[in-house]
Design a protein around this ligand. Structure first.
Ligand code: HEM
Ligand code: CU
Length: 594
């Protein structure tokens, strides 16, 4: 397993300068916090952009005070042009999917806690790890720069469908420089996540401490490990796709542009490319990506709920196998995003089948969680509430997936607000709730202080009600024929929907304001929160056995913990307490699967 001599040398390298300690740090804990900080900033930027969109949708052509300073051409007099609406939508989605939902639950918490939970001092490739963050951060800056360059960011959506994305400025504002910056940013992001995934995989396989067999890894480690494997294959496809897109712009190639294409009355000087090629490359990444966003949340939620229920889940192994099945199947279903793309109808059936099969592991995961909750005396706190909220959102959003999985129904619902409602609940809000749950749960370990529970519960209730008020009505809009990615709904048949749009906008703003409670709680508790005891939740996994909170530079103070138990041993008959830490030498007769 680990090489003890090598690690002793590592401990001697504890950095002393501010730069080495906090900026270009090799310590996985600092890198985890850097990822979290970036995701936090990105989340508030993304949320702010969604407000702009919602205000425009509710009150089309109303002037938004101050918007003109962001873009003179995009919002003359504060009124968004249709193109600028799409530019904002694209940035909102790109920021949220890549820089929030992927980084916070996976890269941030994974970096901080995966090495500690396997009993390692750090990851095997700390320089790769540092690079992983800084390359991702560079990607974020490149993406944000597109607001201030040329005629603004691209308007092609987070999917950047060709040929719109590939023909250049002739396709609209931001379709020249904006697309090049977008593809560069996402390409950098992919490199960062590939480096991170390699580290996660090798840490899990090679750096486990004595006694930490694979089956003694907590749910969280399994979830991050499986996510890394998905990441390795998904980002390795998107990165070259982005390079090809940049080449189409800068090098005169036409990978994604077909011959004889007329755009704005101009015949395009390209030949021989395929727009469907982009869709295939994108969704071969894109579908696994939605699971990359959600699987770490499943791990976090399982971890938190076992701790709050004081009993293990019905089956550790079935849970892990189901997460693995999701990962494998997630590649085989990507074509369900292309039911209406003009591919052969036979392919639709071929893709519909695994799409329905993938509901089996998802359903098993939900049933294990609900079955374990049945009859449990749950300790209610902000972390466990958000974990319950995750399950609720996942179920509600998952049900609409069943409908979309039938090609014949999807033809009606595709590109309507029904899809928007589906994926926001199942991926957006659920993943977000996973991040919140993890934050309330691990904050005491990361900062040595407790977060305020009253504020946490208020944050939960407002977010939970708010999320449903925003995203449930989307399904009705979709059924009524409301198309997505339109900037105004002034057609006669959509007029009756305007009040519902306004209701959603108000709900979105109020729910967004509730997030300020969270921000306040984070900052206040960081400096003035109650000092945290060593193991405030009476949890069992290794992060709660480090000598201090936050853990010292080398995590365990130069020694390695020895593991004697399964990760989630609660309420074991005959034990001296209702929980047995993994490091406890106590012998019990309880079930120990390892
Ligand atoms: C882990 C849970 C899931 C996540 C995170 C997720 C996420 C998403 C996202 C982000 C989209 C929209 C992509 C876009 O066009 O921008 C989407 C669409 C879709 N989802 Fe899911 N989904 C999940 C589960 C499911 C399940 C269980 C099913 C089927 C039973 C399903 C079926 C579909 C279908 C068919 C579409 C395409 C709809 C269309 O564009 O017409 N999803 N999903
Ligand atoms: Cu999908």
């Amino acid at each position: 397993m680990h090489d003890v001599a090598g690690h002793a040398a590592h401990a001697a390298h504890e950095p002393t300068s501010f730069i080495a300690k906090h900026v270009f740090s090799l310590d996985h804990k600092v890198i985890g916090k850097q990822y979290y900080g970036m995701a936090l900033i990105a989340a508030y930027v993304g949320m702010f952009l969604s407000w702009l969109m919602r205000i425009h949708l509710g009150w089309t052509n109303a002037a938004i005070p101050g918007l003109e300073t962001l873009s003179k051409t995009g919002a003359p007099g504060g009124v968004m042009t249709p193109e600028y609406y799409l530019q904002i939508m694209t940035m909102h989605a790109t920021i949220m999917v890549f820089f929030v939902l992927t980084t916070a639950p996976f890269a941030a918490f994974g970096n901080y806690f995966l090495p500690i939970q396997v009993g390692a001092e750090d990851m095997p490739f700390p320089h790769f790890n540092m690079m992983s963050f800084w390359v991702t951060f560079a990607g974020f800056l490149v993406l944000m720069s597109s607001f201030f360059v040329g005629d603004g960011p691209t308007l092609g959506g987070w999917t950047q469908y060709a040929p719109l994305s590939a023909v250049g400025a002739v396709a609209g504002p931001g379709q020249g420089t904006g697309v090049v910056l977008w593809a560069t940013a996402i390409g950098l992001f992919c490199i960062g996540q590939l480096l991170g995934s390699l580290n996660f995989i090798t840490t899990t396989l090679d750096m486990r401490t004595k006694g930490m067999s694979m089956w003694r890894l907590p749910y969280t480690v399994w979830a991050w490990f499986i996510t890394s494997i998905m990441g390795l294959t998904a980002f390795a496809v998107l990165m070259p796709a982005c390079i090809l897109l940049v080449l189409d712009h800068l090098a005169g190639t036409s990978f994604f542009v077909p011959s004889n294409l007329v755009f704005n009355g101009q015949l395009q000087p390209h030949s021989g490319g395929s727009t469907l090629l982009w869709q295939h490359l994108f969704w071969f990444f894109g579908h696994p990506e939605v699971y990359i966003a959600i699987v770490p949340g499943m791990g976090i939620v399982s971890h938190i709920l076992t701790t709050s229920m004081r009993k293990p889940l019905l089956s550790h192994r079935v849970m892990v196998y189901s997460l693995g099945a999701l990962a494998v199947l997630s590649y085989m279903v990507y074509g369900h995003h292309m039911f209406v793309s003009g591919m052969n109808p036979v392919s639709s059936v071929v893709f519909s089948f695994p799409t329905l099969v993938i509901t089996i592991p998802s359903t098993i995961i939900v049933l294990i969680l609900l079955g374990s909750l049945y009859g449990a005396k749950l300790r209610i706190n902000s972390a466990s509430l958000f974990a319950l909220g995750f399950i609720s959102m996942f179920i509600t959003g998952g049900i609409s997936g069943f409908f979309l999985a039938q090609p014949s129904i999807d033809i009606m619902l595709h590109a309507t607000y029904f899809v928007v409602g589906h994926f926001h609940l199942v991926m957006g809000v659920a993943a977000m709730f996973g991040i919140f749950a993890g934050t309330y749960f691990w904050f005491p370990k990361m900062y040595g202080r407790m977060m305020n529970e009253t504020l946490g519960k208020a944050h939960f209730i407002l977010s939970f009600i708010g999320a449903y008020c925003i995203f449930m009505p989307f399904h009705y809009l979709g059924l009524a024929g409301n198309v997505r990615r339109y900037q105004a709904f002034t057609d006669d048949y959509l007029q009756p929907l305007i009040p519902l749009h306004r209701f959603i906008t108000v709900a979105a703003i109020l729910t967004g304001l509730a997030q300020l409670i969270f921000l306040y709680n984070l900052i206040y508790s960081r400096f003035w929160g109650k000092p945290a005891p060593a193991n405030p939740w009476e949890a069992t996994t290794l992060e709660w056995s480090t000598p201090s909170s936050p853990p010292p530079f080398n995590n365990f103070g130069g020694t390695f913990p020895e593991v004697h138990h399964d990760p989630h041993q609660y309420s074991v008959e005959g034990a001296s307490a209702d929980y047995i830490m993994q490091t406890s030498p106590e012998k019990v007769n309880g079930p120990d699967e390892a």
